[in-house]
Design a protein around this ligand. Structure first.
Ligand SMILES: [Zn+2]
Length: 67
């Protein structure tokens, strides 16, 4: 069984690359039982999404400027 440190490392890695099926399964199984990691996963994904929205917005502003 993987511990919380392993899981949060996998969650972070999952933001930048696709995790393997066994990795995703471990994360999924762990967050079912562990509130702490479930919160961590939710927060990280939320921050990631917000950051992506921000960079998209920034990029579209830059694109508009060059037109
Ligand atoms: Zn955990």
């Amino acid at each position: 069984m993987r511990n919380c440190r392993d899981i949060s490392a996998l969650v972070s890695q999952g933001l930048d690359k696709k995790l393997s099926l066994p990795e995703r399964f471990s994360v999924w199984l762990h967050v079912l039982m562990c509130t702490r990691c479930r919160n961590f996963k939710t927060q990280t994904q939320f921050i990631r999404k917000a950051a992506r929205r921000y960079t998209d917005e920034l990029q579209s502003r830059l694109d508009n400027k060059s037109n």
